[in-house]
Design a protein around this ligand. Structure first.
Ligand SMILES: [Zn+2]
Length: 233
């Protein structure tokens, strides 16, 4: 059988990794920029700010990697346990499982006879795959690799944290806090716009949303940091 093959662009396929890396980079910009601004407001020297920035990059990237690994790994464990149960059920009760699959297709809108026929053919083709996809909702797209997820979110966070780091390095003497803030706001605005563009959603809204939340975090950090400024006592 031959079909004329028509394939439209689907945003959801690239949404996963794009979302993860943009969120990681946003985190890197917001948390490290806020950290630096808090420290700058307390009157810390440029050298202290740079050390803080490196420490913030390392601790943030490690915590992103650990968090992502644990979250993806537990998802994978759940999927594997589900598949294991399903495989056992298919061996023990193939008839019940066929009925179950038929019922799923009936609920999805097929006539009972056709649903039965579809269930029989898919079971013959690959019973576990059919149950995994249509009963549990697992297919190739949904299963991620924990190490890959950990590595890419740590990388994304580090890339985000490079913005405040370069801002400190390139800032004129005495303006480090302001330079870091401006670079932080601009990079968030640009990143928000780029991610909205790729996600196919409103660029202005996406950009504003991430920028506003970033500014709130930075302002809060500066506010707290200013309590520790020795020169104001
Ligand atoms: Zn089943």
């Amino acid at each position: 059988m031959y079909y004329s093959h028509h394939q439209e662009k689907h945003l959801i396929q690239r949404a996963g990794w794009l979302r993860a890396s943009v969120l990681g980079a946003n985190d890197g910009i917001i948390s490290v920029t806020s950290l630096i601004m808090g420290m700058a407001a307390s009157g810390a020297s440029t050298q202290t700010l740079l050390i803080t920035c490196v420490a913030g990059l390392i601790s943030g990237a490690s915590s992103m990697a650990a968090g992502e690994y644990i979250s993806v790994k537990s998802q994978v464990d759940i999927e594997e346990a589900d598949l294991h149960t399903e495989r056992n059920e298919l061996e023990k009760n193939p008839d019940l499982e066929l009925k179950e699959l038929t019922h799923i297709y009936v609920l999805r809108g097929l006539q009972p006879d056709l649903a039965h026929e579809v269930a029989v053919q898919l079971t013959a083709h690959n019973a576990l795959e059919a149950h995994a996809r249509d009963e549990i909702g697992i297919h190739e797209n949904t299963s991620a690799n924990p190490l890959q997820a950990a590595g890419s979110s740590a990388l994304a966070f580090s890339l985000g944290a490079l913005f405040p780091m370069f801002a400190i390095l390139l800032s004129p003497e005495g303006f480090v806090g302001k330079t870091v803030m401006i670079v932080g706001v601009l990079s968030l605005a640009i990143l928000g716009a780029v991610s909205s563009y790729f996600a196919g959603t409103s660029i202005i809204r996406g950009s504003l949303r991430v920028t506003i939340w970033g500014v709130i975090a930075m302002a809060f950090a500066s506010f707290i940091g200013s309590f520790f400024n020795v020169s104001t006592f």
